[in-house]
Ligand binder design. Structure first.
Ligand code: ATP
Ligand code: MG
Length: 613
């Protein structure tokens, strides 16, 4: 391909809103152009790399027996109403009407469409397991699209969905997907970290995210220095740094020597720090209590304190009943923070948020800052496991300027639910081996997910077993963002001059730069280009009438793995030579003109084989 015949309008400057390296380089290297906020067009160079990521993904999906289909991007709103996500997805879902006033959505993901397709065809257990995928456009009306194609509004996702009769079959497909994902990222040259992830409030039974380390990452990863434990902080657990009593009676016994609970004046004390200073205790002696509001709670609250009068709704015909809104008091050891994702998962809630001040005052009967579990009966108390080890603690006394001392779990209060809701931080102990945990920032490239029967139940999918009995299949879903994968490769591989492509996803393997494209140089250039192309090597030939410096800069910017320079000086003499340089390396070497194509093709193939291994 000749440079003059393609369309690579490289840029020296980029707009100020392009703040991260990959966004800047994709614009400068003429891979993409912005159409609107979160909407990007791929130009020829960008599309070539994009297609390579796509091919790698397709090959690996095909290799594990997932079957590609091509549903539509616009799907009937009816399906989303059946699953309940027409309401629950919120503003991210782009809803449109056609000329007949029927509702449609522009797919942000495709559990509904795939479930509907399978539902219509499925009758017997013999048809399962079934694994289908697409590589297709998605639209999410992201509040804050940013970082170029990393978080766009329109993007392309490979999404696969599998259907099974039982857990063992689901586990097998889930493991195969995990292995395929590892291979996909390795082949793209990416250092992806698989981490344990939150599997969502409703129905999920296991989930893993594939992250890349990134300063601008939206996710915090918790990793162990000693073993391979890795988890999204939303899911991360740690080894207990407390001794939990074996039972509530054991807790009462442990509180035996604790003096009776006592109300004390704590005037003008608002924060935990002030309280610690005032009482001369550490934060670990304090029970921090926060009032939370939870939305769409799928847990049974009919017997929970303060919840008997709450209304339940069944939003969609086959979904479980939910409480649209409920309040909870959440107690945790004073030095720790509540992990809201864990809390939402424990409550099977779509979302949790700190309650408004007026709600806190109504629930605790006191201004904000004096909530505590002792004597609180207006809402259910959820306690982190750390609280069970507290047999002589300080807690808010549900009245202005008053706290309790000597509060003991089991004796003075008995939470409705005890579970792990702490936010794990660097320095905590690994739950697997006890090693030191540390943190990294990461960006999610892919996500594999066991969904249970969340969609198959609400959308009434069924099959008959060998005895003619009807069952609901279980389901998995597995996504990878292609745009984000491509951008992440640039984040990982670049220098001050530009991109340094992993060869598997480079737009071309070799760029040939003739110092001046005419005479003997042109002849040598054309013959090497033809020889390389004959061997299947992808060549970009910079035939432009530009200064060599300009061509070299562009070659570095667009990041083609090998640069071959053809110039008068090296061609002169008995053994004409050309210069070969690998992008990212400082030094070039000379190769015999007669042998250059052979040698270079061998290097290209060796590099490809190394990544594709
Ligand atoms: P995030 O937490 O980053 O919003 P997500 O959890 O919503 O991602 P999934 O629903 O799991 O993402 O989608 C699967 C993949 O699709 C992600 O791993 C990511 O690679 C890609 N993806 C999701 N949203 C976007 C977006 N706005 N722009 C580009 N890629 C995206
Ligand atoms: Mg995700």
């Amino acid at each position: 391909m000749k440079f003059s015949e393609t369309f690579i309008p490289t840029l020296r400057e980029v707009p100020g809103d392009a703040v991260i390296v990959s966004h800047r380089l994709m614009l400068r290297a003429a891979m993409i152009r912005k159409l609107s906020n979160g909407l990007f067009a791929y130009l020829p160079l960008g599309l070539r790399s994009f297609r390579k990521v796509e091919s790698i993904i397709r090959e690996e999906m095909d290799a594990i027996g997932s079957l590609e289909i091509k549903p539509t991007v616009v799907v009937p709103g009816e399906l989303w109403k059946e699953s309940g996500r027409w309401e629950s997805m919120g503003e991210a879902l782009l809803r449109v009407k056609n000329r007949l006033d029927s509702d449609f959505v522009v797919s942000p993901t495709a559990e509904e469409a795939f479930t509907a397709i399978v539902r219509d065809e499925l009758s017997s257990y013999r048809q399962l397991p079934l694994s289908l995928y697409q590589i297709n456009t998605k639209y999410r009306d992201e509040v804050r699209p940013r970082y170029g194609v990393m978080r766009g509004r329109e993007f392309v996702m490979k999404d696969a969905y599998s259907f099974h009769t039982d857990d063992a079959s689901q586990d097998e497909t889930y493991r195969k997907m995990g292995r395929a994902y590892r291979r996909i990222f390795k082949r793209c040259g990416l250092t992806a970290i698989p981490v344990r992830a939150d599997s969502g409030a409703m129905g999920g039974t296991g989930s893993e995210e594939f992250m890349v380390e990134s300063e601008i990452g939206d996710n915090t990863l918790i990793l162990c220095k000693a073993c391979d434990y890795a988890a999204n902080v939303e899911k991360a657990a740690c080894k207990p740094d407390f001794t939990a009593p074996a039972s509530i009676d054991a807790a009462k016994a442990a509180a035996g020597s604790t003096p009776a609970v006592e109300k004390i004046d704590t005037p003008h004390v608002r924060t935990i720090e002030e309280l610690c200073a005032f009482l001369k205790t550490g934060a670990t002696q304090f029970i921090k209590t926060l009032i939370y509001k939870a939305v769409n709670v799928e847990m049974d609250l009919s017997a929970a304190p303060g919840c008997t009068k709450l209304k339940q709704y069944q939003f969609t015909p086959n979904a479980s009943p939910v409480y649209p809104e409920a309040f909870f008091a959440v107690a945790i050891r004073g030095d720790l923070d509540v992990n809201e994702v864990k809390l939402a998962a424990a409550l099977k809630a779509a979302e949790v948020m700190l309650a408004a001040d007026t709600d806190v005052e109504r629930i605790t009967g006191a201004p904000v800052g004096f909530a505590g579990p002792v004597g609180l009966s207006t809402v259910p108390v959820i306690a982190d496991e750390t609280v069970t080890a507290m047999s002589d603690a300080v807690a808010g006394a549900l009245a202005k300027d008053l706290h309790y001392t000597h509060a003991a779990y089991g004796r003075d209060f008995n939470p409705w639910l005890v579970t792990d809701i702490r936010t794990v931080v660097a320095g905590d102990r690994c739950p697997v081996c006890g090693g030191d945990l540390y943190e990294k920032k990461g960006n999610e490239l892919g996500h594999i997910f066991k969904l249970g029967n969340k969609y198959t139940k609400s959308m009434r999918v069924s099959y008959l077993d060998e005895n003619g009995k009807s069952h609901t299949p279980i389901m998995g879903s597995y996504g990878i963002g292609l745009d984000r994968t491509l951008a992440s490769a640039i984040e990982e591989y670049h220098d001050d001059q530009g991109i340094i492509w992993p060869i598997t996803i480079a737009p071309f393997h070799v760029i040939i730069v003739p110092i001046k494209y005419d005479g003997a140089v042109k002849a040598a250039t054309d013959s090497i280009a033809a020889a390389l192309e004959k061997k299947g090597v992808e060549v970009l030939l910079d035939d432009r009438n530009e200064r060599p410096g300009v061509k070299f800069n562009d070659a570095d910017l667009i990041g083609i793995p090998y640069r071959l320079v053809v110039g008068d000086k090296n061609l002169a003499g008995d053994s004409p030579k050309v210069e070969i340089k690998r992008r990212g390396e400082k030094d070039s070497r000379l190769a015999e003109l007669s042998n250059a194509a052979e040698e270079l093709a061998a290097s290209v193939y060796a590099d490809l084989a190394e990544l594709n291994r």
